[in-house]
Design a protein. Sequence first.
Length: 260
Amino acid sequence: MLRLALIQMRAIAVNVWRASVRDRILLILWASALLCILFSLVLGKMTIGNEESVLQTAGFWVMGIWGLVSVLYLGSNIVRQEIYQKTIYFILSRPVHRTSFLLGKFFGMIIVLASLFFILALCWLLLLLSKGVPLNAGHLIALAFIFGEWVLLASFSLFFAAFTSPLLHNFFLVGLSFLGHWSRDLYLFSENAHSAIAKTLLSAIYHVLPNLDALNFRQAALYNEPIDAGLLITAGAVLLAWMLTALVGAHLIFSRRRLL
């Protein structure tokens, strides 16, 4: 049974990958990300004595934003399109469990995102080396957790796609991404709020949303600061816990959704 489920998930994941390769919009997104990284050279030349910082900051920014944009595009229709084209009826009418279907879609998204991330990261690192920018372990750690954030967003994308329209999916995912990065600010606002309602609301948002700022090690890479092992463990725990929560939630919702 497990072997059959793995075969099914692999087939679905490969199908997602093949569809993304033929998707012109996704290819345009990838090309635009590379152009933005190259454009950082122009921004670096416009600054005086701070070119290295601009190149690094721009690269981190591009990979952060384009990861969100790619997940938005991939996830908004990853389930909806199957329902709209009625191909999901053909898939689920066979001995394909809904969990296998969802996980296949998820791993397919991860393969696509990993391909994009590898291309962007490689081009960016080569650009930094060509400009004589010293690299350190912090760069690799920051890149690893940037991709971890992509994976986390992909899991929440699947969760939202299981029960919402593409428009709401994008709205929820963008809100989660931005509020997740403002998690510490939300906590400070809740502590300093004079209104009991505002304090309760901000505190609830802080505890309900994942703390994406815990995955941010870009400043440490930029200034070559040592990274405490406890912070890495905390970041890994946050990433794994929220990813599993989103996937379990997607399974519970999708398994009870009437499709056939």
